[in-house]
Write a protein that binds this ligand. Sequence first.
Ligand code: NOJ
Length: 756
Amino acid sequence: MKLFAHFRVANICAMLAMTWVIGYQVTVARCESQKAAAAIGSKRVEALIAAMSIDEKLGQLTQRPGGMRTDDNPEVAHAKREDLKREVREGKVGSFLGAFGAEYINDLQRVAVEESKHGIPLIIGNDIIHGCRTIFPIPLAEAASWDPALVERSAHIAAVEAAAMGTHWTFAPMVDICRDPRWGRVAEGNGEDPYLGSIIAAARVRGFQGDDLKASDSLLACAKHFAAYGAPEGGRDYNTVDISMATLFEVHLPPFRAAVDAGVGTMMSAFNEINGVPATANRFIMTEVLRSQWGFDGFVVSDWTAVTELVAHGYARDDAHAAALAIDAGVDMDMTSQAYRTHLAKAIDDGHLDIRTIDDAVRRVLKTKESIGLFDDPYTDPELHKKVILCDEHRGVARESARRSMVLLKNDGNVLPLKPGIKKIALIGPLADNQRDMLGTWAAIGKAEDVVTIRTGMGAAVGDEVAINFEIGCQIEGGDVAGIQKAVEVARASDMAIVVVGETAGMSGEASCRSNIDLPGHQLELVKAIHATGKPMVVLVASGRPLAIPWVAEHVPTIVQIWHPGVEAGHAVADVLFGKVNPSAKLPITIPRNVGQVPIYYAHKQTGRPPSDSFFTSKYSDVPWTPLYPFGFGLSYTKFGYSKMKLSQVKMKPGESITASATITNTGDVAGEEIVQLYIRDLVGSRTRPVKQLRGFKRVSLAPGESKTITFTLTESDLAYWDSNFEFKAEPGKFVVSIGPNSVDGMSTDFELIAE
Ligand code: NOJ
């Protein structure tokens, strides 16, 4: 795998002992950080550092909330904003988050540039996660497109809109790998796989930042949450993370490395601890890995109050201790806790902290401000947003992104695409005519009123020719079953039923974890009642996570996972239902049969007793050990045949590459696109290896009857991993290569990597 190609750690144990145990006397650690010191800045940056007082320097490392949350009381809001301006004027703030609108931001900026002593511009960060005003599908959905070019485009559009509204910096992409759908933030990431996750992470960074960080349509990106935030025990947000070093390096770090290689400008430290050391005080990952090994030269911002939370973790004695630990670990900017500006001057006076540590952090922040052009042109044209926000072009990409992210899970009897001749469609369910929840978890300044509901989208697609008869049936959660009978009557009076069930937007996202991942409320009863009518039926699952839907999977002939699809939800759903678009998306995460199977993921280990018919093997007695739908799975309105798998050679020497090819044929009646996947398995390792690992994928378009040969190249680094000495290398031996439509099916053959 190329991501780790240049990363060798000779003696990881010594490094851990040296770096994970850090006391208050942080100056001791200074010598190790020399090589990670920020390279000298421009004349302007160095002159500023020379001229600034300690308090002004700490101001640059301080990020404050933008004072927008008091909007409902104009007087309070005004007073709050005047206070914030005073802080800016006094050089106590370097950045805001949660400040929106070019005019307000320009106003703050004017105070910074014209009224503060050094005239250093502010950098304004916001959570532009899946769109700004044009809301795209949630990130997990976009990952299901397996289409980095499309992901890059939607991130670029988010950047265009956010930059036009005065934002300079987005706290995205979230690149946390997650194998536990209980965790609410699974919606914001790219699923379970580090290879796919890395490709999508890099695409988002390119999309947000573009080629020129100074351009008016560029947004500085921030890869978060560094690191392993997606592995909390029990799937409970902010909870403890206790994983092996191998899992950290093989599963959780690769997407961050990919973001760094793609040029990401900033990183955010995570809330969680990793094996006993909170990420926000974790010098090993923040400095040794990120800066010394990976060569990251941007700055790191903490997550919201993560610095002072070191006290609650039981890692710092008090806020002052926390601030010293965090800055010494490599966290340059303190998001909202104010611990840096309150305590670090004293830590320097007392000799606990080296001023060079502060200077390095300030240098990184100022260099970043310079790199995005803030010193040249700190203001945003207040008219600009009117031309770009929610324009037709942006809506068009949102529609494309949504329809490319919908996964066809089942289509028995080819119920879809809907056939001509259907005159009455019963459209049922609490998400069928719903605007708010289509937006998904983190909709920035998205507005429910911008959303095309499924009812509206289907209505627009069929015009007067087909009657769309809507009935809600039940609520998403709570409520009663009184409406189900009405829905049944509507279904009985129609030719077929489309039932849209799932989750509210608020059920996923930060702090929104579930211990139960079934359909909430009375929705399963609704599905069962409609099924009992005997009408042809489609279930659309709108959710921010994989939901356990075993009954639906067994009984309902047709199921589409539509996620939370964004502002163009209704048009995109109609495109898929009526066959204007042939689905091609594939699951970026495993769908379990029930929550008890979690964590469940395709790249698991074999174990000494792999599941079999024999009793004493690794399985459950009440449910199969296999998932409901595996990673990489997704159907099409056509069928694809896989044949003629070939390797270029059966033996590979170090330094050589090998090609693997297969022929894919469209054996159905309509044109379609297939995402062809390549997996490897290292049969014997000095540490045990997963049963499969994704190492390539390609999209192929095929007309009915057409065949194409798809070729992948595997290099030694694709075979490498962190071996028993924690060296990243490929070990000689046999490798199985599989090419197929998902992580379970397909063809396999093997080759041998021979020693020199
Ligand atoms: C906390 C979240 O964890 C993080 O992802 C987000 O960027 C910050 N809050 C700022 O809103």
